[in-house]
Ligand binder design. Structure first.
Ligand SMILES: C[S@@+](CC[C@H](N)C(=O)[O-])C[C@H]1O[C@@H](n2cnc3c(N)ncnc32)[C@H](O)[C@@H]1O
Length: 219
């Protein structure tokens, strides 16, 4: 849709996400953050500013070498895939307040990363997951992309499946600002239960029958 094109800019796509995250973590002294996905360093720069304010530390992981992006004693860059779990050996303080996931936006990969590093998150800590809103990517929207639409929809529903099996272990909020952010809060130290498909009765026979009955001509 041509009239939406003006929304495809950084202020609309990134600012709301960072403001949303900030509202939950702006007051954690000595905050310890683990970030996956650096690229141009937008989120890294945002987290580093917070670390300066809160006397915290940030460890960022990316499979491409972005080690020269920032020079800051609070920052450690680890050049690694996120699922090469040996990377944790390079981190001294493995007790994280925040984990930020913004690497491969594929539901099973996101689940794998979430479940592994969740074990190193403090109770009361949060995992933020980027890119679960598909609306910017639907046909004729301002970032029209079939791949991103489908993958974000799938990731969104995977998150719902994870939450449904962990109602007592996790608190879930989802923000649709920009390209969307999942916000999981860890409620206890129990191991996360595995997600399962949730039956959807919209496509059940009874609901489909209702659809057809309503459309029958009146007598
Ligand atoms: C969307 S960008 C990150 C954007 C960044 N968070 C920001 O706000 O500017 C995704 C990054 O994840 C990295 N990446 C993709 N798959 C990865 C993986 N399996 N392990 C580690 N890094 C990965 C890419 O190299 C890329 O730099």
């Amino acid at each position: 849709m041509e009239k939406m094109k003006h929304l495809n800019h950084i202020d609309f796509l990134y600012k709301p996400k960072f403001e949303y995250i900030k509202s939950f973590i702006d007051n954690i002294p000595n905050i310890n953050i683990l970030e996956f996905g650096v690229m141009k360093g937008r989120s890294t720069s945002f987290f580093l500013d917070l670390c300066k304010k809160l006397d915290g530390t940030l460890t960022s992981v990316d499979m491409n070498d972005h080690s020269k992006l920032f020079s800051d004693e609070r920052w450690t860059f680890i050049h690694s895939r996120d699922d090469d779990f040996k990377l944790l050996d390079k981190i001294k303080n493995k007790n994280f307040d925040i984990i930020y996931i913004d690497t491969l936006h594929e539901p099973n990969h996101v689940k794998k990363i979430l479940y592994y590093y969740y074990n190193f998150l403090k109770v009361g800590g949060r995992v933020f997951i980027d890119d679960i809103n598909w609306l910017p990517y639907v046909k004729d929207s301002f970032k029209d992309s079939e791949y991103s639409e489908v993958i974000n929809r799938k990731t969104f529903f995977k998150i719902i499946e994870i939450y449904y099996q962990n109602l007592e272990n996790l608190k879930l909020e989802i923000s649709f600002g920009g390209t969307g952010t999942v916000n999981f809060e860890k409620l206890n130290n129990l191991k996360l239960n595995e997600p399962h498909r949730i039956r959807n009765r919209i496509y059940g026979l009874r609901n489909l029958a209702r659809f057809f009955i309503r459309r029958q001509p009146k007598m």
